[in-house]
Ligand binder design. Structure first.
Ligand code: AMP
Length: 299
């Protein structure tokens, strides 16, 4: 039985970084986040792919026990093409081909409607809202987004944020959405919309958690070998909600631990293209790096 419902894209990604290039590799917000969450819990995915989507990619997700019954097949798979320069904190989009995502209508299977944890990954905010409206009474909703939707669907996005318990976004997106240079101001503006917590991801500089009462700053892992940061935000989100679903504890102290687990997954993800690194790690690797994070912050 699945305990986290993940809504987002399952994509073919063409990516270039200073360390290599991949063409039509497995990607998408739902692929990365469900994969990361699967180390802690049992995610199910709601998404769409095209007839061109390789069976091998489906197999990789299935092998981790991810329920793909809610992945529809129509037309051609969503394709994102992007590149990074040496500052890997910023993805530059070359092309976004929505393909089957353009006509996608969310249909949450009956068996997932009373799920407790929902991860509204980066996708059209109207689809995030639609998915939420089909859930009976989700206890904990985490929402992620990106610049593309901030520019093209801001009103729907603000509405969706108002229904989430936790908003995840990166520093550039926070500044863009709330039109401010101050991340503290952006977080406070976000909290006014409804979420009880806002997490601002700062790429290789860690992550910040804001609630009305508290503020936590998580370090980043000093990675020497970084090949491709695509999917780090999604891996972070999947690790974060996965750990919370596993422990069932939604207090602020546990959020801090979940943020470190999210950071561990994100740091591993950056070590290779697509899901290549995540597919080779074990729970022992995750715990080992979690403990290293603890050491980094002790003084
Ligand atoms: P991130 O974790 O932010 O690096 O997310 C990377 C993933 O986002 C890639 O695998 C892309 O396929 C996916 N992506 C890119 N653009 C969009 C978009 N407009 N909506 C949803 N997903 C996207």
């Amino acid at each position: 039985m699945s305990d986290i419902l993940v809504i987002g894209t399952v994509a073919l990604d063409t990516i270039e970084t200073p360390f290599g290039r991949v063409e039509k590799a497995l990607g998408g917000s739902a692929a990365y986040s469900s994969f990361a969450a699967s180390f802690f819990a049992n995610p199910a995915v709601i998404s769409v792919v095209g007839h061109d989507f390789p069976e091998e990619y489906m197999g990789l997700l299935k092998k981790r026990g991810i329920d793909l019954g809610g992945v529809q097949i129509s037309d051609k798979t969503f394709h994102w093409e992007g590149f990074y320069e040496y500052d890997m904190n910023e993805a530059k989009t070359k092309k976004t081909e929505l393909n089957s995502l353009a006509g996608f209508k969310i249909k949450v299977p009956e068996k997932h409607k009373d799920v407790k944890y929902a991860f509204l990954g980066n996708i059209d905010p109207d689809l995030q809202l639609d998915a939420l409206s089909q859930l009976k009474n989700p206890e904990f909703v985490v929402l992620d987004t990106m610049n593309f939707w901030i520019s093209s669907k801001k009103d729907s996005l603000l509405k969706a944020i108002g229904m989430a318990n936790v908003l995840l976004l990166n520093d550039g997106e926070a500044r863009q959405l709330f039109k401010t240079a101050s991340l503290v101001k952006a977080a406070n503006d976000a909290l006014k919309l409804g979420p009880g917590a806002v997490i601002i991801k700062k790429g290789e500089h860690g992550a910040l958690l804001f609630t009305k009462e508290k503020h936590f700053s998580a370090p980043s892992y000093p990675l020497e070998n970084i090949k491709d940061p695509t999917g780090c935000g999604d891996s972070f989100g999947g690790g974060f909600i996965g750990y919370l679903a596993k422990t069932g504890n939604l207090n602020e102290a546990n959020f801090r631990k979940a943020i470190i687990y999210g950071s561990v997954l994100a740091s591993y993800n950056a070590e290779d293209f697509s899901l290549n690194r995540l597919k080779s790690i074990t729970m022992d690797d995750i715990e080992k790096r979690y403990n290293e994070f603890r050491d980094i912050r002790e003084f």
